[in-house]
Design a binder for this molecule. Structure first.
Ligand SMILES: Cc1cc2nc3c(=O)[nH]c(=O)nc-3n(C[C@H](O)[C@H](O)[C@H](O)COP(=O)(O)OP(=O)(O)OC[C@H]3O[C@@H](n4cnc5c(N)ncnc54)[C@H](O)[C@@H]3O)c2cc1C
Length: 320
């Protein structure tokens, strides 16, 4: 691990515009610093900021950036009205990690691509312009949608997949003021610039995430993984689906494990609305989702796996 300085911010003003790297739970950043994948010269601990509250907000909820994953998943309002979020969080990491992991840090966690974490490998995300050893390498966990020649890494988080299906918004504060970004626009596809994970500008801090008022419908989070706990998603599906008089009335879907960001495709949702909840409808939705999917050898299995997982979730969500 390289040497670094450590200080604590007393209020938001000290954190906004800081040149130091922000540290919250430290569960991702410290691991990467030990591997020397991340080498910040200065850390600014934000744990003293007043950002650890969950409050009502315009019919929905505002979840402070320092609310731990455990507290968010256990909140009675979240469990009642946004159970999808609670289940997605509880499907990730371990209780000990969730006790430390924060809302802001979870959104900013970095890819679990093994080539990113190995200094001897070529990785455009870690070292722009060096190449990508995952293409042609061991790529079982890698993306099948939205990839580029520069990067096929996936975004590994669960919480953000649920937040995407729930139409949540990220609230940021920075040197140029506060702004809001829909969660589905927060993370970026790799394109030519694989090093940039999200739209945050230098000096910005996530202050909270806001959930809009709950929508009617059944909420499901299904995560397919190597083990039944303590593993990242191979494929995950977050769904809010309602049925009215025998037809699908509304569908909001997001997918994890498939792309460099939580994946949402309005065409998939449109293909479902107004249709009877039956296998042919679910097959068509999977065709729409996966029409541009591309495997890289080791991860080819994700294409049929995503198809089956989506069908299973839609079946469960629409069952009488
Ligand atoms: C063994 C293991 C298994 C895991 N399994 C899963 C899993 O299955 N699913 C899952 O979703 N996650 C999983 N995780 C990841 C875990 O959820 C993240 O490490 C955690 O959520 C990060 O939060 P943190 O507060 O610790 O972030 P930190 O490590 O403190 O920070 C992470 C990044 O976020 C930035 N940051 C932190 N707070 C802010 C803020 N408010 N504004 C701007 N930037 C900020 C930091 O600068 C840093 O770049 C796992 C982690 C481990 C170690």
């Amino acid at each position: 691990m390289r040497e670094f300085t450590y200080s604590r911010a007393g209020d938001l003003g000290e954190a906004v515009g800081a040149r130091a790297r922000l540290i919250a739970g430290g569960t991702n950043l410290l691991d990467l610093m030990k591997l020397e994948v991340e080498t910040p010269e200065a850390l600014l601990d934000i744990n003293r900021l007043d950002l650890a509250r969950i409050e009502p907000h315009e019919g929905g909820l505002r979840i402070g950036a320092l609310v731990t994953n455990s507290d968010c998943a256990a909140d009675a309002r979240v469990r009642r009205d946004w159970p999808l979020l609670s289940r997605a969080i509880l499907s990730g990491a371990s209780p000990q990690l969730r006790n430390k992991a924060t809302t802001g840090g979870n959104l900013c966690q970095r890819t679990r691509c093994p080539y990113f974490a190995r200094l001897s490998a070529r990785c455009n995300k870690r070292e722009p312009g060096s190449g990508c050893d995952a293409i042609g390498g061991v790529n079982r966990n890698h993306a099948i949608l939205g990839t580029s020649d520069a990067c096929i890494a996936t975004y590994p988080g669960d919480m953000a997949v649920a937040l995407t299906a729930l139409d949540a918004t990220v609230e940021l504060d920075g040197p140029d003021g506060a702004r809001q970004v829909p969660v589905q626009e927060f993370h970026l596809l790799p394109g030519d610039d694989a090093a940039t994970d999200n739209v945050m500008r230098p000096g910005e801090i996530i202050t909270s995430v806001t959930l809009p008022a709950p929508r009617p419908g059944r909420q499901i989070y299904r995560k397919v993984r190597e083990r039944s706990s303590y593993a990242f998603a191979l494929v995950s599906v977050a769904a809010v689906v309602s049925v009215d008089r025998g037809l699908i009335a509304d569908a909001q879907l997001a997918f994890g494990g498939l792309a460099h960001k939580p994946w949402r495709d309005p065409n998939v949702e449109q293909s479902l609305i107004g249709q009877p909840p039956e296998p042919a409808t679910f097959r068509r939705a999977a065709d729409v989702l996966l029409r541009e999917a591309k495997g890289f050898g080791g991860n080819d299995f994700k294409i049929p796996l995503a198809r089956r997982t989506l069908a299973a979730v839609l079946n469960e969500a629409t069952r009488a």
